[in-house]
Design a protein around this ligand. Structure first.
Ligand code: CA
Length: 233
């Protein structure tokens, strides 16, 4: 299965007009959008597919957006999920400002859609740099997300879309060990229906794609743990 190419945003909002407005605009901006009307439905959704970012309305029927944020932060699978809270002007806004909610950012309704997209981009850049289009360079290895080009010491390196995304993730998350499950969650976005050995297959392909410039040596297998990307062994 190919990894998702566009960031997926989970929108949890109970007002249909706002749901539609946000969905339409984010889709035009190139995002994949999952819309849920309640926190309970949102929790079921994230068990099946981990989104790249969640936009949560504070006032929801049943569990509130704040309680949903706490719940997501308390679960190891979703504890680093980027979250933006949406709130009505007034009392909720004051509470949000003074409260340690665990959200990355919040926006007060009514907000401009341009501002929303700017905030989404900023949060993704901070929390999930592998989803942005910034050019990355690391010890002679260059990756350009905009043109999908990779070069090593000036040599063009050919690779498939999954290897590209895997490399993009590694180059934005250097020197740390990631388990196969974590890589599936963060690179494929969905660990439920894919077997862990799929990761090994794509690691092998990534290594051969990087071999012409010698950068395959940066992909380290950490026995019993997973993989690490680094110039240091
Ligand atoms: Ca609401």
């Amino acid at each position: 299965m190919d990894p998702k190419m566009n960031p997926t945003i989970l929108v949890v909002e109970d007002e249909p007009a706002i749901q539609d407005l946000i969905q339409m605009n984010l889709e035009m901006g190139g995002y994949r959008v999952l819309v849920k009307g309640s926190a309970e439905d949102a929790l079921k959704t994230v068990q099946l597919e981990l989104p790249d970012l969640a936009l949560l309305d504070w006032m929801l029927p049943g569990m509130s957006g704040i309680d949903l944020t706490r719940k997501l932060r308390g679960d190891s699978r979703t504890k680093t999920l980027p979250i933006i809270l949406l709130t009505a002007r007034g009392e909720e806004e004051d509470k949000l400002r003074g409260l340690e909610t665990g959200a990355d950012d919040y926006m007060v309704k009514p907000f401009s859609l341009r501002e929303l997209e700017a905030r989404i981009k900023a949060v993704l850049r901070r929390r999930a740099p592998q989803l942005t289009e910034d050019l990355i360079e690391y010890h002679g290895l260059k990756l350009d997300p905009a043109s999908h080009k990779v070069t090593g010491k000036g040599i063009t390196l050919q690779m498939g879309p999954t290897e590209f995304r895997l490399l993009h993730f590694f180059m934005t998350h250097l020197d740390r060990v990631y388990s196969r499950t974590q890589l599936l969650d963060m690179v494929w976005g969905d660990h439920v229906f894919i077997e862990e050995r799929t990761v090994d297959v794509h690691i092998r392909r990534l290594r051969s794609a990087l071999a012409p410039s010698g950068h395959d040596a940066f992909v380290h297998t950490v026995r019993g743990s997973g993989y690490r990307f680094s110039k240091d062994s």
